[in-house]
Design a protein around this ligand. Structure first.
Ligand SMILES: [Mg+2]
Length: 109
């Protein structure tokens, strides 16, 4: 079942409308939505710590929760997240990372 990110976002927005989670900027509290994205990422970390990769509340499920919340927020703001992701991938293609400096920072903490 291949789908574009836009199609996934539309499904998520339809469900948000049905469940009363909001589909327009004035319907939602953006700070709360961002905090909820954080909480799903924290749940993903906890799942990984307990080596729960694909079980109930496992890493896979929590990453899916985070993506659903991110796509909901992007959809509410009509952000073309597919375009934004591709733009960042292209930017990162030519981006240089100073690994020596990064290792230096890690080793002094
Ligand atoms: Mg969760």
């Amino acid at each position: 079942m291949a789908m574009t990110i836009k199609q996934l976002t539309d499904i998520i927005l339809n469900q948000a409308e049905e469940k009363g989670f909001g589909t327009k900027p004035e319907d939602i509290n953006v700070m709360e939505k961002i905090a909820l994205i954080h909480s799903e990422i924290s749940e993903a970390m906890e799942a990984y710590r307990y080596k729960n990769i694909d079980g109930k509340d496992g890493l896979a499920e929590e990453l899916a929760d985070a993506i659903i919340r991110i796509l909901h927020l992007a959809g509410v703001y009509n952000i073309n997240i597919e375009k934004e992701v591709l733009k960042k991938i292209e930017f990162n293609e030519n981006r240089e990372w100073d690994w020596d400096k990064m290792n230096e920072i890690h080793n002094t903490q």
